[in-house]
Ligand binder design. Sequence first.
Ligand SMILES: Cc1cc2nc3c(=O)[nH]c(=O)nc-3n(C[C@H](O)[C@H](O)[C@H](O)COP(=O)(O)OP(=O)(O)OC[C@H]3O[C@@H](n4cnc5c(N)ncnc54)[C@H](O)[C@@H]3O)c2cc1C
Length: 402
Amino acid sequence: MNDIRSTDRKVIVVGGGIGGLAAALALARQGIRVELLEQAEKIGEIGAGIQLGANAFAALDALGVGEAARKRSVFTDYLMMMDAIDATEVAKVDVGEPYRKRFGNPYAVIHRVDIHLSILEAVQVHPLIQFRTATQVRALEQDESGVVVIDQHGERHRADAVVGCDGVKSAIRQALLGDEPRVTGHVVYRAVVDVADMPADLQINAPVVWAGPNCHLVHYPLRGGEQYNLVVTFHSREQEVWGVRDGSKEEVLSYFQGIHPRPHQMLDRPSSWRRWATADRDPVERWSFGRATILGDAAHPMTQYLAQGACQALEDAVTLGAAVQATDGDFTAAFALYEKVRIPRTARVLYSAREMGRLYHARGVERLVRNSLWVGRTQEQFYDALQWLHGWRAEDCLGGAR
Ligand SMILES: Cc1cc2nc3c(=O)[nH]c(=O)nc-3n(C[C@H](O)[C@H](O)[C@H](O)COP(=O)(O)OP(=O)(O)OC[C@H]3O[C@@H](n4cnc5c(N)ncnc54)[C@H](O)[C@@H]3O)c2cc1C
């Protein structure tokens, strides 16, 4: 619903990833003009998959793009964890009909290009959003009347407020907080392969995690099952620096010795060997300073072990829009309200993801404990444990904080 009173107000959104597109849309839907600045020359996402919990669909629906995303998603039957050493089942959560009934939305997997495109289509046709590529924000200035961001050409972009959605190495966060990401030392290799190249016994309609000592593997279908997303993760022996570079099959194989032949066969499939050294950040008590705030990975980069980074960015965006509406376009008040709700929630997800990573990579006796944790759990007990995370609802996004 557009609020006509706010159309004279303008916000700059920095970064055109999933978080930035969603934030731009959420603000424009409140009648705010948005200038969206992206450093890349071409708008897009990397060639990999992403998992979306029911909470992501609740957020996508609130942004008006839920159906576009559903059309491009694969709805999975289960979430599965297997022991990568002896190939026994550790946990299996039914995310079919009973999950949908409980949470009101599906669990799905989708190509990152497709989820990005589902939001981008709405951004591109929105009359209040101006999208500029090849524009890298380098600096931020603000005073009581507004903000100015300065790009790589020295051009000054003015607005009433700014939202930094510029990822793990956010320039806006640097200007506001000046803190450093925490390099985890965990390295990820990702690949998308055609179904013909996927071993028949691994063609399972589920995100399957093969949990091994200091390493794990994940696979799930994409694009109607015509492709499969493969991810391998390990604790690196090297001193890592956050970022992407070329790796090698030999490096990967050296970390997956002693793994059962069933998951091990995945390691022969990819033809490209790009490696990502991952990072998160310790949660902080403030994201907003006057007319500037941060969102998505700029605010709370987290390890991928709960598959929630992008889901949380989508929740952030919906909450930001609701906060702007609740404060009648007073951005300083809106950003304070937004962070009051979002900091504790995203910090809980971040800490939980670290704990889940410990379970994924357990060895020795910890592995035995991990494998015994969920024995005999009913589906209802799994759903109860997921309620706080997957049960998020857009209509309650401000909670009692208003
Ligand atoms: C291996 C792995 C698996 C994952 N799996 C999942 C999953 O299954 N489910 C899930 O929900 N999440 C998952 N995530 C997390 C998810 O990928 C991120 O949380 C999400 O993509 C963050 O989106 P974002 O828009 O905040 O940041 P980004 O995607 O990093 O986007 C930032 C954008 O800002 C631009 N930018 C950066 N600096 C500037 C600047 N100075 N000026 C202008 N533009 C700039 C960048 O070019 C980019 O387009 C995973 C992450 C990893 C590493």
